[in-house]
Design a binder for this molecule. Structure first.
Ligand code: NAD
Length: 463
């Protein structure tokens, strides 16, 4: 497997300057060329799916089917979508206006803001890098990418592949940790799209302010799953457990914790035990369908949470440092001030917090930062609306989880501490472009405008 090499700081500056030159010279404007680049990206996936899956497995123990389902498939789909739609997205929009402006061919043109910067995290390192990059290419922006140093095998592989398949005047990857990202953020960009934690999100926002660069911040938070008493347990225990187990819980929109009544807690735990056996008949430790924790530091953090909780671990709880395995764990009777309820878990741990009613669930959610995602499990439209309308969140889903991410027609983004801005599908193209106001006056229309010229007079004021 290719080894990850950090980019030197002078090279980061040089690469930025080269992409800036591409932009200044209009190298990325031609739509045919954008389509060509997007097609090459799609071929890259088609021809190297194995290599990508291998790298994801090396970093995250991500199983191949899961990698295909949650990352590669979405990227190919988005590439195809952009190839089909970029002409339409980039077409100037005529605007109907009042007289006399309607005589001047008013239009809105979506044009690139300049060199795009995409900084991505380690948990879905392909999807969260490539989705924004597709929109940047479609928008006619040269793009500078910084992938996570934590998913090092993947970052090395993606760097190799992107530089092999795509024009270096359009797409470049730089690698490194804090010093390299700091140098990157000193450069001037048209737009920065950052995905990761809120602490670094603030650093990005500060750096962007220096050049007044617009940002999209895709951050995290604790996403609740409210389970009402009327929930269809047979179905939702599968959906909830699957959503938590995917990528070993290292998913920004994973259900972070469950809110339900004490009675539902007991029924849920029984349901989870049944589904656990069904998902992992050979035991989760030996399962080929369950991933691993990204690195030793995070392994220590996650096992520390299991040690510190005052709740009752009713499923899982075991771990093995030798391959950073942490069992999918259900913890019941968790209190609001428990170690598991402080920060986003980003781990295969599902705490259950009991509340007396759905109103209490709404109050619980409202008393905390706005979540990135909110899940409600109920058969009732009224209960769903009570929770949806009583809260704020980037997305809100009834009776399922995670599927909003693959629905490219919907915005993907957060609110409040979970970030700002959104992307996916055409919205990603919009992120990297701005609306340019166009008027195309003709000199023969001069007779319409003579009254505006000095010397001003009473007569000229009269129409
Ligand atoms: P990470 O540690 O890989 O960081 C993300 C990027 O920030 C990397 O490229 C890294 O090099 C850079 N970085 C790290 N420290 C920096 C510093 N001090 N200065 C400048 N750059 C720095 O990933 P992470 O933040 O651990 O990712 C997990 C978080 O991301 C979770 O909170 C999760 O919820 C969130 N997330 C959000 C989304 C979303 O779409 N909203 C998706 C995935 C993950």
């Amino acid at each position: 497997m290719t080894k990850l090499e950090y980019t030197s700081i002078p090279d980061i500056v040089k690469i930025h300057d080269e992409l800036e030159k591409s932009f200044r010279e209009g190298y990325t404007v031609d739509i045919k060329k954008r389509v060509e680049t997007l097609k090459n990206l799609a071929y890259m996936f088609e021809e190297n799916s194995d290599m990508i899956q291998e790298a994801l497995e090396a970093d995250l123990g991500k199983r191949r089917q899961e990698a295909y389902m949650t990352e590669i498939f979405n990227c190919i789909n988005s590439c195809i979508g952009a190839v089909h739609n970029v002409h339409k997205w980039a077409a100037p929009q005529s605007v109907s206006a009042k007289f006399p402006t309607n005589m001047l061919g008013p239009q809105v043109r979506r044009e690139s803001k300049g060199v795009a910067c995409v900084i991505s995290p380690w948990n879905y390192p392909l999807l969260l890098t490539i989705e924004p990059v597709i929109g940047a290419i479609a928008s006619g922006s040269p793009v500078m990418i910084k992938t996570s140093e934590l998913s090092e095998n993947f970052s090395a592989t993606l760097t190799y592949l992107l530089h092999k398949y795509l024009d270096p005047k359009v797409v470049r990857v730089v690698n490194g940790a804090v010093p390299e990202t700091t140098a990157l953020l000193k450069q001037r960009f048209g737009h920065i799209l950052y995905t990761g934690n809120g602490t670094v999100g603030r650093i990005v926002q500060h750096a962007a302010a220096e050049h007044l660069t617009p940002t999209t911040l895709e951050l995290g938070g604790k996403s609740p799953a409210v389970v009402a008493d009327d929930a269809n347990l047979d179905v939702i225990t599968q959906r909830l457990l699957w959503a938590k187990a995917t990528n070993a819980g290292q998913t920004c929109v994973a259900p972070d914790y469950v809110l339900c009544t004490p009675d539902m807690q007991e029924r849920l735990v029984e349901g989870f035990k049944r589904v656990y056996k069904q998902f992992y008949p050979e035991g989760i430790r030996n399962s080929k369908s369950f991933g691993r924790i990204i690195n030793d530091r995070h392994f220590g953090r996650v096992t520390g949470l299991l040690k510190d909780t005052k709740g009752d671990i009713v499923i899982g709880g075991d771990s093995d440092a030798s391959d950073r395995f942490v069992a999918l764990s259900i913890v019941k009777n968790v209190k609001a001030d428990d170690a598991l309820m402080k920060d986003e878990l980003f781990a295969p741990i599902l705490p259950i917090v009991t509340v007396p009613s759905m109103d209490a669930a709404v109050n619980f959610i409202r008393s905390r930062d706005h979540p990135l995602a909110l899940y409600v499990y109920t058969q009732s439209d009224q209960v769903r609306e009570k929770i949806f309308q009583g809260t704020l969140s980037g997305s809100a889903v009834q009776n399922d989880a995670l599927i909003q991410v693959g629905t490219e027609e919907l915005p993907f983004g957060g609110v409040g501490g979970a970030g700002h801005g959104s992307y996916h599908g055409k919205r990603t193209f919009d992120v990297f472009t701005y609306e340019r106001a166009i008027l195309r006056s003709k000199t023969w229309l001069e007779f319409l405008y003579t009254k505006r010229y000095p010397p001003y007079s009473e007569k000229k004021l009269k129409y």
